[in-house]
Design a binder for this molecule. Structure first.
Ligand code: CUA
Length: 336
């Protein structure tokens, strides 16, 4: 009982898990406590039997005799097989039900009887070394470097990766899901409270793995709709000139800020060279500034600044030309 009490105190008094912020996390929490309660009960029982045996069957100091021969105990064996089997079966059933519920994308419009303009919300999540990009196909393919979600609306995340395997995780949302190159994986989230939570990459994906973080902001429906509609029209301003692409937004959306320092973008990464010193870097490489920037983006291995790892992924070679131009202009122009 003493051991059981100590184990229960450790389990209950220390806040091991973050406060759930999604319906899915609530269900996972339930499974966690269901299993923990069973474990505490079994641990207390086993510890009690051990302590009782230590005291009650202790051999006297001068007792060298063997114990009496025993031949098992059928009744006891049936119980200690049947009870764990029942508990393990119960855990399996509870887990299977929770998994099925968490993977189900509820049809919000069917429940309310009218069409919900926001549901089901789909967000395309792309992982790349070392950043997350979130795209909203329902809102003119608006992109964002942070995940924004309306509260109480089921959202389906469709995950992919450009280079290596990453894994998407918001601890407060519960489930993790891998982002794998060439594979479409999915995750359903129904946020249930407002707030800003960390987005973490939880699959070792290279040098910048530790800085591959973003934020998930759960906002009211009205705020989300205003933001998403504004973004959607900004992303597709009637086939506007490429000059409308913001270099700063590209810099952040593509995760450059994860690894590089660049004051005009408010970036302070230190995996790669400090881009506030681009002019010196270009001089060191013996190249004109603009050409140096362009080459460093599309072919990062061509010249590697000494003292830094050759760690920048080659995926930026696939940037559309107008985005590349805007990025080169932003870096070359602001880095004065
Ligand atoms: Cu991406 Cu770790």
């Amino acid at each position: 009982m003493l051991f059981g009490g100590a184990a229960a105190a450790v389990a209950l008094l220390i806040p091991w898990l973050p406060r759930p912020a999604s319906e899915q996390a609530d269900r996972i929490d339930f499974v966690f406590w269901f299993v923990t309660a069973i474990c505490i009960a079994i641990f207390a029982l086993v510890a009690a039997v051990i302590v009782y045996s230590l005291i009650h069957f202790r051999a006297a100091p001068d007792d060298d005799t063997d114990g009496p021969p025993t031949h098992g105990h059928t009744g006891l064996e049936i119980w200690w097989t049947a009870i764990p089997a029942a508990l393990v079966t119960a855990i399996s059933i509870v887990s299977a039900v929770v998994l099925a519920k968490n993977e189900h994308l509820p049809n919000a419009s069917a429940a309310s009887g009218r069409r919900d303009p926001l549901a089901p919300l789909v967000v395309d999540v792309t992982g790349q070394q070392f950043a997350w990009l979130f795209k909203y196909p329902g809102f003119g393919n608006a992109t964002s470097s942070t995940l924004r979600l309306p509260v109480h609306v089921p959202v389906q995340l469709r995950l992919g990766a450009l280079d290596v395997i990453h894994s998407f995780w918001v601890p407060e949302f519960g489930q993790k899901q891998d982002a794998v190159p060439g594979l479409l994986t999915k995750l359903v989230i129904t946020p249930k409270r407002l707030g800003t939570f960390p987005v973490i990459c939880t699959e070792l994906c290279g040098l910048g793995h530790a800085v591959m973080r973003s934020q998930a902001t759960v906002m009211t429906r009205a705020k989300f709709a205003a933001w998403a509609n504004g973004q959607g029209s900004a992303a597709n301003p009637g086939n506007a000139a490429p000059g409308g692409v913001s270099g700063k937004k590209l810099f952040i959306d593509n995760g450059c800020n994860g690894c590089h320092t660049f004051k005009p973008a408010g970036a302070s990464g230190d995996v790669g060279p400090d881009l506030d010193k681009l002019r010196q870097l270009a001089r060191g490489a013996g190249q004109p500034l603009e050409q140096f920037i362009r080459e460093s983006i599309v072919d990062p291995g061509a010249y590697v600044e000494s003292g830094y790892p050759n760690a920048m992924p080659g995926t930026y070679a696939t940037l559309p030309k107008e985005q590349l131009d805007a990025l080169v202009e932003f870096l070359g122009g602001s880095g004065k």
